[in-house]
Design a protein around this ligand. Structure first.
Ligand code: MN
Length: 618
């Protein structure tokens, strides 16, 4: 996703302008590092000012107390760079303050390394600061490596479990790592590259899953800086050199864009949207260009409803010619981490290509801040009205919930972390089942969907349709597929098949199946399975015609008239694709409709919502 670090100036919250946060994060991460920072007389002053800028009524005494306790315990410690240790928790808290996090988070950030690195204990911290701060600090405190052979895996597992209780655990961990990346300069190039790579494997995708673009972008940039230092340097120099022209050009676009909105009587703002270095690097590589490509970009933020975005798109396209094939509608079809915006590229003044993103204020907040939006913009009912409503929690917490499910199913911490890493490394697809969206690793199959719905559904699935077409259980799914899983109601259903282990992709399915087949050796009930599949295929074909079978006699009659010894032989033939279910069903309906009583087949009043409602006829 190509969204830059940025902030927004929404009504009712302190104004931290787009450029201010971006440049602040850039300053933290700028090349080359400046090691000297002026030491203010009151070290907490800047933190308090930033925090009050977003939350004017915040209780700052908690911040002062947290700082003084942390400072006392860390007093004799130094970082690898030689700085006093306390500069690290202070900078972590500063990053979080700029993101607009709440006072509790900042207090926990100031104290986040005390329990791990000093003699200060968690019970003591709980007594001094309360259980909320203690939970957050505990979440980022690693297990003692001397006592736990599996300290790293256990630490990660603990972090995820506690993040399930309070997402701020992860946010602090991410800010901690971001600041640690800054100070990597004190290490050898090899260890910098290794840490940068590890970060890009876990924490960058984590930011993406949690939708925190404001952290993901600086992370990507700092990783690029260590992994591709030459490319980073070239991009940095080019961007700095071209900045005056870039700014002047984008200002023209902003002014003309605003005029277009006014003409259509649309409320909203147009702001510059510089690409971050990582996206410039990606664009440049993709185009195979020798020079960095830094396409001008603006975002149109509409003060209105979803449909107003399309009106704004019309207004933009009326002024500038759209480049064919570059329009993307992530409002109608959100990206799998729920990114919502319209994207278009137009031919701007002087025949230069300009990218325009269009979204509502609410979408903008959700896109930029993801799970942390609720802290930056605490809901004030009745004050802002509906358009400022945050997305419901379940949408942006979906990934974390899944991580917790994986955790619950994993036999030990090492396997959990392995599954988690795979999950984060994989490209994701979004499919729909039982009317709800599911996020799965790319290459997932209907069996993965079944296990995502429930263990029972997975264990008992016998067939599936994808976009209405009967599809093998091991077939690869694609983004946007609609999947119907058919479940056996048979008491004697033999359960899952060991060969599923060869194709399932999701951690949920993998864990379940590997556990199952290490425990028991289930015989594969082939005939019974094939009967189920055949029956399900016929049930499905009937459903597609809005019909259902109320008794099996008609089908048995048809089987005989087609020359099958009995009904089961017909069902097995269907399952083995020797006869098509559609052909059978068409003949069945024809015979029923021709007869006077119409018996055996009923017309469905409406399509059943659940696939496992397909009738079992025994
Ligand atoms: Mn730390």
């Amino acid at each position: 996703m190509d969204v830059d670090a940025g902030s927004l100036d929404a009504p009712g919250v302190g104004r931290i302008g787009e450029s201010q946060l971006t440049s602040r994060l850039r300053a933290i991460l700028s090349w080359p590092m400046s090691r000297e920072r002026p030491t203010p007389v009151d070290p907490v002053q800047q933190l308090i000012r930033t925090h009050r800028g977003v939350h004017p009524h915040a209780d700052i005494s908690l911040l002062r107390r947290s700082y003084s306790v942390a400072e006392r315990w860390h007093r004799d410690q130094k970082r690898k760079s030689g700085e006093p240790y306390i500069t690290h928790p202070l900078q972590v808290a500063q990053i979080l303050a700029e993101l607009g996090m709440d006072t509790i988070t900042l207090a926990a950030a100031l104290l986040h390394d005390t329990v791990e690195d000093t003699a200060y204990t968690l019970p003591q911290l709980r007594a001094d600061f309360g259980s909320e701060v203690a939970l957050l600090v505990n979440g980022v405190t690693k297990f003692d490596k001397a006592h736990f052979a599996l300290a790293e895996a256990e630490s990660t597992r603990k972090m995820i479990v506690l993040a399930g209780q309070d997402i701020r655990v992860l946010v602090i961990k991410i800010a901690d790592r971001l600041h640690n990346m800054e100070t990597l300069d004190a290490r050898s190039p090899a260890s910098r590259a290794r840490i940068a790579k590890a970060t890009s494997e876990v924490l960058v995708p984590l930011c993406d899953r949690l939708g925190i673009q404001v952290l993901k972008a600086p992370f990507e940039d700092v990783v690029l800086r260590y992994v591709e230092p030459d490319a980073y340097k070239t991009i940095h120099e080019t961007v700095e050199r071209d900045r005056p022209q870039w700014n002047a050009y984008v200002k023209r676009i902003v002014d003309l864009g605003k005029e277009s909105l006014r003409r259509e009587k649309l409320d909203g703002r147009v702001i510059p949207r510089p690409r971050h270095y990582y996206t410039i690097w990606k664009d440049t590589k993709q185009a195979g260009s020798p020079r960095p490509i830094n396409m001008p970009r603006v975002v149109v933020i509409i003060d209105g409803e979803e449909h107003d975005c399309y009106a704004a798109l019309g207004a933009i396209h009326q002024r500038w010619l759209p480049i064919p094939g570059r329009f993307k509608d992530f409002i109608a079809a959100p990206k799998n981490n729920l990114y919502r915006s319209l994207h278009t590229t137009v031919l701007g003044p002087e025949d230069q290509m300009v990218e325009v993103l269009i979204r509502t204020e609410a979408m903008h907040r959700a896109v930029e801040y993801g799970v942390i939006a609720r802290y930056r913009f605490p809901p004030k009912p009745g004050l802002f009205g509906k358009k400022n409503a945050l997305p419901p929690e379940h949408t942006d917490m979906a990934w974390l919930k899944r991580a917790l499910q994986i955790e619950a199913a994993a036999p030990d911490a090492v396997q959990f972390v392995q599954s988690l890493r795979c999950d984060l490394a994989e490209q994701q697809i979004q499919v729909f089942a039982r009317g709800r969206p599911l996020l799965l690793p790319a290459g997932s199959t209907p069996v993965d969907v079944a296990y995502e719905l429930s263990t029972r559904t997975g264990d008992r699935c016998v067939a599936a349709t994808v976009n209405g077409v009967l599809t093998p259980l091991g077939a690869e799914l694609h983004d946007g597929d609609v999947v119907d899983v058919l479940v056996s109601r048979d008491r004697n259903h033999p359960g899952p098949r060991p060969e599923w282990l060869e194709f399932v992709k999701s951690p949920t399915a993998q864990l379940r199946l590997s556990r199952r087949f290490s425990e028991t050796d289930v015989p594969a009930g082939t005939v019974s399975d094939r009967l189920q599949i055949g029956r399900a295929a016929i049930g499905l074909a009937l459903r597609r015609r809005d019909r259902a079978l109320s008794d099996e006699q008609r089908l048995a009659d048809l089987a005989q008239s087609l020359g099958f010894p009995d009904l089961d032989s017909l069902l097995i033939a269907v399952a083995e694709h020797r006869v098509r279910a559609d052909v059978i069903v068409d003949q069945l309906i024809a015979s029923v409709d021709a007869s006077t009583d119409g018996g055996g087949i009923v017309t469905n009043p409406r399509r059943p919502a659940e696939p496992d409602r397909v009738k079992q006829h025994r």
